[in-house]
Write a protein that binds this ligand. Structure first.
Ligand code: PEP
Ligand code: MG
Length: 579
């Protein structure tokens, strides 16, 4: 009898991957022991408690998700998760670790490892089968905390075996940044939404990915043959020979289509009636620059600088940031590079930056709010950007702006840093680079007229704009069906923002995931947007679509779409037009 099993999830990155399962369970073999000074012991205990708090939040999320499992499986999972949560709430394990950090003066990781070993030994000595089975719960809960202390699975993920398909509970953007796409064929996660940053990263690396696949890790073992259908959102474990053959053919077809699109590289993105559209690349990691050029990008429309701050405990200095940016600016060889200032917060965290604890991280001290509160952090980055601007055209883009005052403060700081670098004798442009605003907060979209007076350009961040307009976490698979950039409210904010930019005669682009969907090209162009920025792999298909459009027809079509008030009707109109 065949062992084949099929699971469904969210299709987040197109393509077919065939490989063997690498199931991430957070186990680590080595924990280094570090002696601490008495003075840093309280900080170490705080760090440990932070990792425990994070583990509890993760477990609550997994638990909420587990309710969707069928009958007995949900119950079984609940019991297990409750046990893990109990292990982490004021338990003997937690108290024991705190005590060890204080008395043995060692790092949290080592204290946790020692306490786990100690508890395991004393439970085993009781020769009680129930208690013996708790040992595994202690270890699993402890490993989760260890993983949080380590911040991601960096070392493991950088060295995955060839042809592996990574299967994890959750993949953070920092984890994804470590993946070597030459070795990894595809990604699967039990948690995560379609436009979360990990999904965006998977598309950036051009890895087929499916997310929100409940309970998958309990149904497959390391080394199982696995197929990831990132276009349809399907996972097949232990496929039969016939299934394997079907997917091999689909994979070859997908690759062939991609190859065919390469012929478009040098052709302009121009509509049939002569309107020029600028297609730019979004970069998450410097190594994508070559792909952007290969795809024929006319510049970088969004450089997410968070990569410089991930998987590390210390801040990158001005020199390091400058070198990374200069490399990208030079590689783009005279094409504009839009560098976005640090957008940390929400799901994008870094242990190098203390953003404090927030009950509501998506609404908390993040992005530009954090940068304005930490002037040194911000000014170091501005200095690096200004120095990189000596090597080619650079634009500065500021995330999460919600008011005119914020952008004015940013400009003041930029002017001050510019003067300081001039005094220092650095090579920087005489003029300040254009300073633009991400329109991704509904309040910013509604104040677009005022913001346009103090901005040199706009870039619409449709991912966050959708999240905040509809109050739906973009990275939460439980509400993924409600996350809809085609909701009339989101479209109206995009229209309002675009018209404000056109009135003020400042350039406007869109760099959220909507830009990468060829089905939406006619609508966005019809609304007046002439610049789109997207993952390099998406660019050729969008270009092909644009070359088949007429601006006149797109404008009429956008007018018809905008007169609708039902999401379902809009979706239908979009699908029909794409036929
Ligand atoms: C957006 O919000 O649409 C955007 C482009 O920024 P990010 O996805 O990095 O939040
Ligand atoms: Mg955003």
């Amino acid at each position: 009898m065949s062992d084949e099993r099929v699971f469904e999830g969210l299709a987040v990155s197109a393509g077919i991957a065939i490989g063997s399962a690498f199931v991430l369970d957070g186990a680590r073999t080595q924990v280094a022991e570090i002696a601490l000074d008495a003075a840093v012991v309280p900080d170490e205990i705080t760090r440990f408690n932070g990792a425990v708090g994070k583990a509890l939040r993760q477990l609550r999320r997994v638990k909420a998700k587990a309710t969707t499992l069928p009958g007995a499986a949900a119950e079984e999972m609940n019991i297990l998760l409750d046990a893990h949560m109990a292990m982490l709430s004021g338990s003997r394990l937690i108290r024991g670790v705190e005590k060890r950090i204080a008395s043995d003066k060692i790092n949290a990781e080592a204290a946790l490892q020692r306490e786990m070993d100690h508890l395991a030994q004393s439970f085993a000595a009781m020769a009680d089968s129930y208690l013996a089975s708790r040992v595994e719960d202690i270890r699993e809960a402890g490993r989760r905390v260890l993983r949080n202390l380590h911040e991601g699975e960096a070392e493991t993920l950088a060295n995955l075996p060839e042809d592996s398909v990574l299967i994890a509970e959750d993949i953070s953007p920092a984890d994804t940044a470590q993946i070597n796409p030459q070795m990894v064929q595809g990604l699967v996660a039990e948690l995560g939404g379609r436009d979360g940053h990990s999904a965006i990263m998977a598309r950036a690396l051009d890895l087929p990915a499916v997310m929100g696949v409940t309970g998958l890790r309990h149904h497959c073992r390391a080394g199982d043959a696995v197929i990831v259908d990132g276009s349809e959102g399907k996972i097949v474990i232990n496929p039969t020979a016939a299934t394997l053959q079907k997917y091999r053919r689909a994979r070859d077809r997908f690759k062939k289509d991609r190859e065919a699109l390469k012929s478009l590289r040098k052709l302009p993105a121009i509509t049939s009636d002569g309107a020029d559209i600028t297609l730019m690349a979004n970069l998450e990691l410097p190594r994508e620059v070559d792909r952007a050029l290969e795809a024929g990008a006319q510049g970088v429309g969004l450089l997410r600088t968070e990569f410089l701050f991930m998987n590390r405990k210390t801040l990158p200095d001005e020199e390091e940031q400058f070198e990374a940016m200069r490399g990208i600016v030079q590689a783009m060889d005279g094409k504009p590079v839009t560098i976005r200032t640090l957008d940390l917060g929400g799901e994008k965290l870094s242990s190098a930056v203390d953003a404090g604890e927030s009950a509501n991280p998506a609404l908390g001290l993040r992005a530009i709010r954090l940068c304005l509160r930490q002037p040194k952090l911000f000014e170091t980055q501005l200095a690096a950007i200004l120095r990189a601007a000596h090597f080619g055209p650079v634009r500065i883009l500021v995330p999460m702006i919600s008011s005119m005052e914020e952008i004015k403060q940013v400009r003041e700081r930029l002017v001050a840093v510019h003067k300081r670098l001039q005094r220092r004798g650095d090579k920087i442009p005489d003029e300040l680079p254009p300073l633009g605003v991400m329109i991704e907060v509904p309040g910013a979209a509604l104040s677009a007229d005022a913001l346009a007076q103090v901005s040199d350009f706009f870039s619409i961040g449709s991912n966050d704009l959708t999240q905040y307009t509809l109050a739906i976490d973009r990275a939460d698979e439980q509400v993924a069906d409600l996350y809809n950039p085609l909701h009339p409210a989101v479209l109206r904010l995009i229209q309002f923002t675009t018209e404000a930019a056109l009135r003020a005669r400042i350039p406007i682009s869109l760099c959220g995931e909507m830009a990468a969907d060829p089905k939406l090209s006619a609508l966005l162009i019809g609304l007046g947007i002439r610049e789109l920025s997207m993952a390099p792999s998406r660019l050729p298909e969008v270009k092909r679509t644009i070359r088949g459009l007429s601006l006149l027809e797109a404008t009429t079509y956008a007018g018809r779409v905008m007169s609708q008030s039902s999401e379902a009707v809009i979706r239908e109109m979009i699908n029909e037009a794409a036929q």
